[in-house]
Design a binder for this molecule. Structure first.
Ligand code: SF4
Length: 206
């Protein structure tokens, strides 16, 4: 079992990264280096901080929130598949009704071909949004940032959420407070919509 996870930040309740009210966790480290990546600061493997998984799980389970599930993003969640699988085992044992949605820059077939290194996280994933972000193929969609990305409803629970995922408003975003008190827009927003929201909100948003 992994004991630590390299993470950047978490937010809740998030409604712009999957169905219902969710906990969203941004992990640190991504080897893919997509041009136009919206979180380039999370690409280095030493970005973020290392946190004991048991402590993170205990913190999440104490949140005074009625949540539906967890969204993993980053960074690349499958770069820390074992650690995240262990975190999910703790969370889902305490909250069996929660669903798990994961954004990955890798294709599902790649993850399946990797075998054990990805299988631990793939097995409990209900919904996977796969593929690298391609800034040459932008798309307006509630969960896909570029047209090459696909949504895989991998489990019965995930398939039951298909309608909710597909019907979501693609302009939905959440505003959080990031480090240094800067505004923080959460959601699948293309560059234009992100810029427009920056202006309309009148706050410095990264
Ligand atoms: S997979 Fe995601 S986090 Fe990684 S470089 Fe591409 S857009 Fe950025």
């Amino acid at each position: 079992m992994s004991t630590r996870l390299r993470m950047s930040h978490l937010a809740y309740p998030v409604t712009a990264l999957g169905p219902g009210r969710r906990l969203a966790l941004w992990v640190a480290g991504c080897p893919l280096r997509c041009p136009g990546c919206i979180t380039p600061e999370l690409q280095p493997t030493d970005a973020g901080r290392s946190i004991p998984i048991a402590r993170l799980a205990a913190h999440v389970l104490k949140l005074p929130m009625d949540l539906q599930g967890v969204t993993l993003t980053g960074g690349e969640p499958f770069a820390q598949a074992r650690a995240l699988a262990d975190l999910w085992a703790l969370l889902s044992a305490a909250r069996p009704a929660w669903d798990l949605l994961v954004f990955s820059g890798h294709r599902l077939a790649e993850l399946q071909a990797r075998g054990l290194s990805s299988a631990a996280l793939l097995a409990p994933t209900d919904i996977l949004i796969d593929g690298p972000y391609l800034r040459t193929r932008p798309i307006v969609h509630p969960l896909r940032a570029s047209a090459n990305q696909r949504i895989h409803y991998l489990s019965k629970r995930g398939r039951a959420l298909r309608g909710d995922c597909e019907a979501r408003n693609p302009s939905l975003a959440n505003l959080g407070i990031g480090r240094c008190d800067e505004g923080w827009l959460i959601g699948i927003l293309d560059g234009d919509r992100r810029q427009r929201l920056h202006r309309e909100l009148g706050v410095a948003v990264r």
